[in-house]
Design a protein around this ligand. Sequence first.
Ligand SMILES: *Cc1c(COP(=O)(O)O)cnc(C)c1O
Length: 427
Amino acid sequence: MKEIVPAPPAIVHNQQAAIQALFQQHVVPSYGRFELAFSHGQGSQLWDVNGKRYLDLGGGIAVCALGHANAEIADALSDQARRLVHVSNLYYHEPQGRLAQQLCQLIAPGRVFFCNSGAEANEGLYKLARKFGHDEGRFEIITAHNSFHGRTLAGIAATGQEKVKKGFEPMVAGFRHVPFNNLTAMRAALTPATAAILIEGIQGEGGITSATPEHLLGLRALCDEKKLLLLMDGVQCGHFRTGRFQSFQRILEGVPGGEKFLPDGIAMAKSLGGGFPIGAFWVREPFADLLGTGTHGTTYGGNLLGCAVALKILEVIGRDRLADHARHTGEFLKNEIARLAAAYPTVVQSARGLGFMLGLELAENIPAFAASDKAASIQFVNRLHEAGVLTIPSGNQIVRLLPALNLTRGEAEEGIRIIESVVAGLA
Ligand SMILES: *Cc1c(COP(=O)(O)O)cnc(C)c1O
């Protein structure tokens, strides 16, 4: 008689292999993916298909504002879905109007256009700039080296990184790039055809580099002088991640003249929908009517489901004071990374960023990484995976922490403990 044996763990492992096989056969291989397949989550905890638990400090790349499987988001989604999902932008509905009102209250008087992603939000800003300059024959938009603005054709033209453009030439015309935080270079780059300047308040994909207060104020003065639109890509650094709604509000805190600073347009997405795809751009009052009837649109933009979720997220962030929480817990995390840099200088070089938009800069030439030709950031992130923490690589040397705004202090402490154990193992 055959012995009855329990299912071997290999079958569990096969589930991951089966999922990967589906991707290998049927999904366009445009992403470099880690060898992890997730099945469910709760708050900042995620479980892979093998049942292993991870602490998520990446937040789905700054998207999951309230963490995973949030009950209030789920209720907002299902309540709205039972009432009305979609009617198109041929008609009015309350959630889109209320969300636009709340975003204006958080920034300044103006108007909001809704779309479905960050690239699309920026795309709207490019069209705004073109419309603004059109009658004078101005169309050029200047952006920064190391910027990231999305993967559409205009998005890769706007992005100040060669790697996203390669193979897709010719680029959409009218974009040029200058070094970030360099006002002299910006002024020198302007031509009679320039219509706008676009920057991130804190560069995300470029490695967590913050605009300086002087640069922001200088750009505003330059744009006023030359009659240019000052546009900001707040897709990653916005939505209270720095402790204020937009990163420029945080960067300019306490800076003389900072309270009066405003860009002319702001792109938003990522945390706006907490995982539901929604993007938006805000445009300042004097330019709010540039995009008149018939000039711009998208079928799903400002869809009832997306707006219901975004409204719920804003409500929870306000009620639970998550902006202050991100500021203070982020400060704790940054101080801890700085402590690691002091204690293990051969592994960690510095701590970068503000609030819950942080970068751990790795030291050059970490001996333990010499054997592989993979970027140090990827190798470090892989070690963190083994130890049960998710983070996001950025370039060769930076590892980003972009956690949910409701990451608890206890989870932040757990994250640092695990990161320190990995760093100590490499030192
Ligand atoms: C992610 C990102 C984008 C692109 O957003 P998608 O939703 O991926 O199109 C644009 N700008 C910045 C700063 C981003 O971080």
